[in-house]
Design a binder for this molecule. Structure first.
Ligand code: IMP
Length: 499
């Protein structure tokens, strides 16, 4: 006979935190969000800790090398998506490891045959003052010129004027060549009174831009997640099919930590993959996803350095509709966290857990941490920012970014959903969608972090460990959910006049 879980499985929105006494030293400035992501013995230090409990999802539409450097600069980690060729994924990892603070990939690019109107439109969209003009309009095309507001006069120039007629052409540009160091680039910027120095390779292909304002980038980001060589720490997703080719290439590229990316991690394939990596490489590896105690203990026994929790809660996920498997994210997390505590008591080994998917409001992150997660993984949250790899589009009056699931027809990441049969995606488990564009990662992250820290102060906790130990969490009834938002008032932005 089947086994029944008669308690309904619950999600974050069904819980609230009850404040504890806030002592006077409980201020956001005193809160430390440092958190382990690899297992460690009681009394020892984990090999890798994050400075903020955030990781970006193993997804084509979220985690490429740009996201990885931007997030590591803020103290979190990206797991670069594995649904691409081994070479391409390894190249992305290498880019992060070789990234030098202060060198940025150009984000506003146009072709010379485009017009002044295109420049103005792009500047309005991106709020960038410098537009690189490349042969193919990409960030790595042949650099033909640069446009800043000094290159045109709106009062005189026609909006249809081609860029080639007013850009500062390459022949008049001061530029650096590949291999230039940041101090050398900055010396040029100061000497020649530039705002921006383009860096090109020997074929005049654009590599990076160095901006005067980024000079102190390193100092502005004291939270940056660095390895002992001062390179950013980066993760990568792998699957249980081609790991024997993929893992060596990723390790060679310098990856710090791997995660097996699967919608259901409670499988012998995961066990074998973890064991293969542990026996052959000196690299950390997480596994998942699971939603219960049994799944957690199985992956821990395999040797996983962390375990990822969550099935079916992702914003683009239709696994529950398609297959009828999954569990409310809060219930899954609570059970796994309990199993982890028991395992820690019995063995003295602490295995971090990651809550993956279903974070909708910032407070869900705090709840996940309070329920025992050491860090969260998010897709939708990060997809909204400039740094995600997808296109920004205007739909109606709003800017949006594209965001698609790994199980959608667009990504066709069948390895993530494979259960040993025919190789290929037979049915979709994810959708192709838009998310509202939200601006830069750092600005949004700073706000979210501030919210988490102030909630932790309400809960009388200065560290995530204290929050996990001290939190008091209450279920909310469906009726009391209504009083949680604005209610019984007329909102000013609903178009009603106040006469
Ligand atoms: P989000 O933060 O709610 O957007 O959830 C992101 C998570 O959804 C990822 O980290 C994956 O675990 C999961 N995910 C990604 N793509 C798909 C998909 O196509 N179907 C189901 N789940 C997915």
């Amino acid at each position: 006979m089947a086994q029944y879980y008669l308690e309904p499985s619950r999600t974050f929105s069904e819980f609230l935190l009850i404040p504890n006494l806030s002592t006077k030293n409980c201020t956001p400035q005193n809160v430390d969000l440092k958190t382990p992501i690899t297992k460690f013995k009681k009394g020892e230090q984990p090999a890798i800790s994050l400075n903020i409990p955030f990781s970006s999802a193993v997804m084509q539409s979220v985690s490429d090398h740009n996201m990885a450097t931007a997030l590591a600069r803020c103290g979190g980690i990206s797991f670069i998506f594995g649904s691409q060729s081994v070479e391409d994924q390894a190249a992305m990892v290498r880019k992060v490891k070789e990234y030098k603070a202060g060198f940025v990939v150009s984000r506003s690019n146009l072709k010379p045959e485009q017009t002044l109107a295109d420049v103005l439109k792009l500047k309005e969209e991106n709020q960038h003052s410098t537009v690189a003009i490349t042969e193919d309009g990409t960030s790595s095309g042949k650099l033909l010129g640069i446009v800043t507001s000094r290159d045109y006069r709106l009062s005189r120039d026609s909006l249809s004027k081609p860029i080639s007629e007013f850009m500062t052409p390459f022949s008049s540009l001061i530029y650096g060549t590949s291999g230039i160091t940041l101090p050398e680039a900055n010396d040029l910027i100061w000497e020649k009174k530039l705002n921006c120095l383009p860096i090109v390779d020997e074929n005049q292909l654009l590599q990076h831009l160095v901006f005067r304002k980024d000079y102190d980038a390193d100092k502005e980001n004291p939270q940056g997640l660095l390895d002992t060589n001062k390179s950013y720490i980066v993760g990568a997703g792998i699957n249980t099919k081609d790991y024997m080719e993929r893992v060596p290439a990723l390790v060679d590229a310098g990856v710090d930590i791997l995660v097996i990316d699967s919608s259901d991690g409670y499988s012998e394939w995961q066990y074998e993959t973890v064991q293969y990596v542990k026996q052959n490489f000196d690299v950390k590896i997480g596994a998942g996803n699971v939603v219960d105690r049994e799944g957690f203990l199985y992956l821990v026994e395999a040797g996983a350095d962390f375990v990822k929790v969550g099935i079916g809660g992702g914003s683009i996920c239709i696994t529950r509709e398609q297959k009828g498997i999954g569990r409310g994210q809060a219930s899954a997390l609570i059970e796994v966290a309990e199993a982890r505590e028991q395992y820690y008591k019995e063995t003295g080994i602490y295995v971090p857990i990651c809550s993956d998917g279903g974070i909708v409001h910032d407070y869900h992150i705090t709840l996940a941490l309070a329920m025992g997660a050491d860090f969260v993984m998010m897709g939708r949250y990060f997809a909204r920012f400039d740094e995600s790899p997808t296109k920004k589009l205007k739909v109606g009056n709003n800017f949006v970014k594209e965001f698609w699931g790994e199980g959608s027809n667009r990504a066709r990441n069948w390895q993530r959903y494979d259960s040993g049969g025919k190789q290929g995606l037979v049915f979709e488990e994810g959708v192709d969608s838009y998310v509202p564009y939200a601006g830069s990662l750092k600005e949004n992250l700073d706000k979210t972090i501030h919210k988490i820290k102030s909630t932790m102060c309400n809960c009388g906790s200065l560290t995530i460990e204290e929050l996990q130990n001290n939190a008091r969490i209450t279920l909310v009834s469906a009726t009391s959910l209504v009083e949680g938002g604005a209610h019984d008032v007329i909102m000013k932005d609903n178009g009603l006049s106040a006469e």
